[in-house]
Write a protein that binds this ligand. Structure first.
Ligand SMILES: Cc1ncc(COP(=O)(O)O)c(C=O)c1O
Length: 386
């Protein structure tokens, strides 16, 4: 039998489940003929910083030119902000590109990458796309089980991904907990600490990760302009880590991976402390509004340190998100992230949060059913070695 070209795509690529993004507003407008609110992708509801927007508009005029592929000025600004040498900083087309590059420099087919079931799916996609074996350690009480990861680290493990706070559960680990974890992990294992939601966390014991990445040879910290800076659509994020590892990642990234528009906007956004402050404040108030509203509806959720909440229904939550959609509210059903009885809702403006809560109140039967396996049991199941 003649082979089709698709049969020649390596099995580990064909077996990948695709990333399922939040439903775009335009798609819902097209299909349901209504203008929805989107609380599905943990975006900044206040929009981009006005300074960033003005800088981006100005930079558009130079779009006939390739951008500075090294992102010199953004890296210099970040170097100043974080008090690290610019050679310890790499820019990505969003931090997601850096998640993938980290796996690509570390993993071969005979290696193992470690992620956690109930965390950000791009980690497992990056590990599997590199052809490596994936070990998924379950969360415990919706949070990374750092003790279990350290205990179960196989000898062929070369990379571990941790999101802090975790997406989609919103839980965090402390700087001390990360220190204790790293003390138990061999220096031959790269630990990627993804802090996409860093700016939203207001606990003093949260993170010293950049100092840690400066001290150790095996830690890369990821941050992004997509969340608190409101630039998700421009695709720019960064990593901080050892220069020798970043040099390897630089060889693999597209030479012009971050556009001139994105770089100019990021540079201006870094100057706009007021927009960051307003965004964090708005998120704090929005989280409180959502938590109070969910409590009054007797709907369970996981307390969150980020700009979203994992809401638990104790039964298939797909109908809940479908019903919310018909009422003009896009949330993220969590089946594809392995949490079929939950949805994730991003914190919006006060009006958007109210519309979500009012719509949820109208959804039929949101009460948990005891007979269904709870999210807790699910997350605390056995480790899955895939
Ligand atoms: C944990 C985590 N890391 C990274 C990202 C992606 O960010 P970026 O837009 O910088 O690629 C997200 C976005 O949702 C996230 O939740």
């Amino acid at each position: 039998m003649t082979k089709r070209i698709h049969d020649l795509v390596p099995p580990h690529i064909r077996a990948l489940a695709p990333y399922v993004p939040g439903k775009p507003i335009q798609e819902v407008e097209r299909e349901l003929k209504m203008h929805p609110i989107k609380l599905a992708s943990n975006e900044n509801p206040l929009g981009p910083s006005p300074l960033a927007l003005a800088a981006a508009q100005k930079a558009l005029a130079d779009s006939n030119r390739y951008p500075d592929g090294s992102g010199f000025y953004v890296r210099e600004a970040l170097a100043q902000k974080h008090a690290v040498p610019a050679e310890n900083i790499i820019l990505g087309a969003g931090s997601t590109e850096l998640i993938d590059l980290a796996a690509r420099i570390m993993l071969t087919r005979s290696d193992c990458g470690v992620a956690s079931h109930g965390s950000f799916p791009l980690y497992y996609i990056a590990i599997r796309a590199a052809g490596a074996r994936l070990l998924e350690i379950p969360l415990r009480n919706y949070a990374f089980d750092l003790d279990s990861i350290a205990r179960n680290l196989p000898p062929d493990a070369k990379i571990v991904y941790l999101a802090n706070p975790n997406n989609p559960t919103g839980t965090m680990f402390t700087a001390d907990e990360l220190d204790s974890f790293l003390a138990r992990v061999p220096e031959t294992v790269l630990v990627v600490v993804d802090e996409a939601y860093f700016e939203y966390v207001e606990r003093p014991d949260y993170s010293r990760s950049i100092a840690v990445a400066q001290r150790r040879r095996n830690v890369i910290v990821l941050r992004t302009f997509s969340k608190v800076y409101g630039l998700a659509g421009l695709r720019i994020g960064y990593g901080i880590g050892p220069a020798d590892l970043l040099n390897e990642m630089n060889k693999l990234r597209g030479p012009f991976n971050t556009s001139g528009v994105a770089q100019s906007a990021a540079l201006a956004a870094l100057e706009d402390a007021e927009h960051v402050r307003r965004s964090v404040e708005s998120n704090r108030a929005g989280l409180a509004q959502l938590c109070a509203g969910l409590k009054s509806l007797a709907v369970q959720f996981v307390p969150s340190f980020a700009n979203f909440l994992l809401v638990e229904f104790g039964r298939d939550a797909e109908p809940v998100s479908e019903e919310l959609l018909t009422r003009g509210v896009i949330v993220r059903p969590m089946r594809w992230m392995g949490l079929p009885s939950a949805i994730r809702v991003s914190v919006g403006t006060p009006e958007e949060n109210k519309k979500f809560l009012d719509s949820l109140a109208l959804v039929r039967d949101t009460t948990p059913r005891e007979s269904q396996p709870s999210i807790r049991q699910f997350l605390e199941g056995d480790s899955r070695d895939i």
